[in-house]
Design a protein around this ligand. Structure first.
Ligand code: ASP
Ligand code: MG
Length: 405
């Protein structure tokens, strides 16, 4: 007998038929003799609607009231699933974040979980009751409802699994696992049986959308075994586990892409100490996150700096830098939102040379120009023109020998 947390995303609970199917799936796990807690998202599309309503009333709305509104999506699903479970003879009850409680910090709308008291849930699960828990929400120090940021119910599930000392956290979703790359782009993409925490973390942070980045970080720190699997098929998915558990290590585990970045070039800035601090200090002061950075050398005492910011932050970044132009003293500013970031990730890079070069070669052979490069211990990312995204991902998938036979 094990203790299992099962998490179902929005598409898995999109309507009453799917909620019935989820109940049947939970019942099967209960009938096998396991203790079960279920974490649910809002029904597909509901959170988007709730967010839109807040924005329509006021673009700069009170984040605490936003949380009050958007947390309701999950509340509906918990009650419906508990009813569906009771209907097929499974003892169940719903739990909102504040009832457990799931304690968070005070960052309303993007709160972080600080602790979960799992004792009451453990006691009831021991008596055979299924706990149906609302994902995405918790209780802030001001005693008000907080939400965890979009996609946050993955993090709720992993945090709950850690608090309940669960044997596994199964994340049911609309894909059947983690793939070597997006199967909609590369038909030969393969489902991975296992992937390491670190690789999953890098892939999630550079654009692979299957798990919220923060949930992977938490799983890695708390050593929670996570499985990503389909709620529509009855097949094992991908296990996210410690690197040591993976016997056949690939040099590159996966390739991700993101079109969420924009490129900015600041031209002809004075090449002297303090200039990078002035530019990036200005951006930080306006809450703009910077990702990739390159600085050119130049002979005439000035240099060009190129970097990327989130596409949504581009107008804010441009305005902030324009305002600071007199202090920074650059000649002009170029912005390009039509870029894509392509990343290859694999723990094998630590011990193999030439991984980056394979990437550069494959892109060169397709005449794809690389605009910016950045690397970490287990990742190489390049920025290219967005039009070449698909071509680049396909070329790299082949170049690293990832295509299914
Ligand atoms: N319902 C929330 C969202 O759509 C949380 C989640 O589904 O993970 O972002
Ligand atoms: Mg999700």
């Amino acid at each position: 007998m094990s203790r299992i947390v099962m998490k179902f995303g929005g598409t898995s609970v999109a309507d009453l038929d799917r909620i019935r199917a989820v109940a049947a799936r939970v019942k099967r796990v209960v009938d096998e003799g396991h203790e079960v807690a279920v974490v649910v998202s809002a029904m597909a599309g509901v959170t988007n609607q709730l967010v839109a309503w807040c924005q329509q009333l006021s673009p700069l709305h009170d984040a605490r009231e936003y949380d009050t509104v958007v947390a309701t999506g999950e509340q509906v699903t918990t009650g419906l699933l508990a009813i569906a479970l009771q209907e097929i003879g499974v003892e169940a009850r719903s739990w909102q974040g504040w009832q457990i409680p799931v304690r968070t910090d005070s960052a309303h709308s993007t709160a972080r979980i600080q602790g979960i008291d799992g004792s009451e849930l453990i006691r009831r699960m021991g008596q055979g009751q299924v706990a149906v828990v609302a994902g995405f929400q918790g209780l802030a120090p001001d005693n008000r409802i907080a939400t965890l940021g979009r996609g946050g119910s993955d993090t709720s599930a992993v945090a709950l699994a850690a608090a309940l000392k669960a044997d596994r956290c199964d994340i049911y979703t609309d894909v059947d696992g983690v793939y070597t790359t997006d199967p909609r782009i590369v038909a030969a993409a393969r489902k991975l049986d296992k992937i390491s925490y670190e690789e999953m973390l890098e892939l999630a942070s550079v654009g692979a959308k299957v798990l919220q980045t923060r949930s992977v970080e938490l799983a890695m720190n708390e050593r929670v075994r996570v499985q990503v699997l389909s709620s529509f098929k009855d097949e094992p998915g991908t296990l996210v586990v410690d690197e040591d558990e993976i016997v056949e290590k690939q040099i590159v585990a996966g390739i991700a892409y993101s079109r969420d970045d924009a490129k900015i070039t600041v031209r002809r800035v004075p090449d002297r100490p303090g200039i990078a601090a002035a530019i990036f200090g200005t951006l930080a002061g306006h809450n703009v996150n910077v990702d990739m950075i390159v600085q050119n050398i130049s002979a005439d005492g000035t240099t060009d700096l190129t970097f990327t910011v989130g596409k949504a932050d581009l107008p804010r970044a441009q305005a902030a830098l324009a305002e600071a132009q007199p202090q920074i003293g650059y000649a002009d500013l170029l912005a390009d939102p039509n870029v894509a970031k392509i990343s290859v990730v694999g723990v094998g890079m630590r011990s193999h040379a030439g991984v980056a070069n394979t990437m550069f070669r494959a892109l060169a052979d397709r005449a794809i120009n690389i605009q910016v490069i950045s690397t970490s211990e287990i990742k190489v990312s390049v920025l290219i023109a967005a039009d070449y995204t698909e071509l680049a991902v396909r070329a790299l998938h082949t170049a690293y020998g990832l295509d299914a036979a």
